[in-house]
Design a protein around this ligand. Structure first.
Ligand code: ADP
Length: 232
């Protein structure tokens, strides 16, 4: 079963830059997909169009039964509830504890207090931060902050987890810790994961599907991929 079906999508920014050209792609439920390519090839744009931060100029994106490209602004929340997002710079709320940062994602959608507590603690445990539940972001390392961001992104059990350079600010060891957590989420919960990265070592180690973008074009799609030296 496929979760995402992208058909002939084009994205052009207002300044005339074409960031995605005629891109067609299917992603199955439970897949783990890397989106790679050099700086400016369209990785972020690709991730952004999936959560409708950006609306394609043409083409179709069907995600979990929603027509993302045509979705009215007032209905975008329906899409956002199906997915979690992790960014390079964590984006935690500095005045909230680990627990509060994760719980916040459930509070804003009006979940019951009892449900919030159970799900929040479970998500924090899943990323290995049980002992840091009451700490604030500035008391945590970069790797730990990213783990909080992952817990927040998955706390409502989304079908899809989008990650835009999640290891971009981390050293190789911390990056691998993050990858183990993402792999575990993919394997045990079955969450579909799409991760934009230019981290060659990670892509080569994980042996997942790899989609290569170049100047906004999809140029390669490997089933169990590696990082092509030619695009680095
Ligand atoms: P990557 O994530 O692979 O570095 P991006 O998706 O950020 O690539 O960018 C793809 C292309 O679109 C680049 O040429 C970039 O300069 C351009 N671009 C990105 N964001 C904008 C924007 N908001 N307005 C205009 N051009 C943009």
């Amino acid at each position: 079963m496929e979760l995402i079906n992208i058909k002939s999508v084009n994205v052009r920014y207002k300044n005339g830059v074409n960031a995605i050209y005629d891109l067609s792609l299917k992603i199955k439920k439970g897949d783990f997909v890397f989106v790679i390519g050099g700086s400016g090839c369209g990785k972020s744009t690709f991730i952004k169009m999936l959560y409708r931060e950006i609306k394609p100029n043409s083409g179709e994106i069907i995600l979990g039964g929603l027509n993302v490209a045509k979705l009215r602004n007032s209905k975008v929340y329906k899409l956002r509830r199906k997915l979690g997002i992790v960014f390079q710079d964590y984006r935690l709320l500095p005045k909230l504890t680990v627990y509060e940062n994760v719980a916040f994602a459930l509070e804003v959608i009006g979940a019951k207090k009892s449900e919030i507590q159970v799900k929040t603690l479970k998500a924090i445990e899943l990323v290995g931060l049980k002992s840091k539940t009451r700490m604030y972001p500035d008391q945590l390392s970069g790797g730990e902050q990213q783990r909080v961001a992952i817990a927040r992104a998955i706390v409502n059990n989304p079908k899809l987890l989008l990650c835009d350079e999640p290891t971009g600010n981390l050293d190789p060891e911390k990056s691998m810790e993050i990858m183990k957590i993402l792999d575990n989420i993919n394997k045990t919960i079955g969450t579909t994961i799409i991760m934009a990265t230019h981290d060659k070592e990670i892509v080569n180690k994980m042996k997942k599907r790899v989609i290569v973008l170049k100047d906004g074009h999809l140029v390669k799609d490997y089933e169990k991929g590696k990082y092509d030296d030619e695009i680095a």
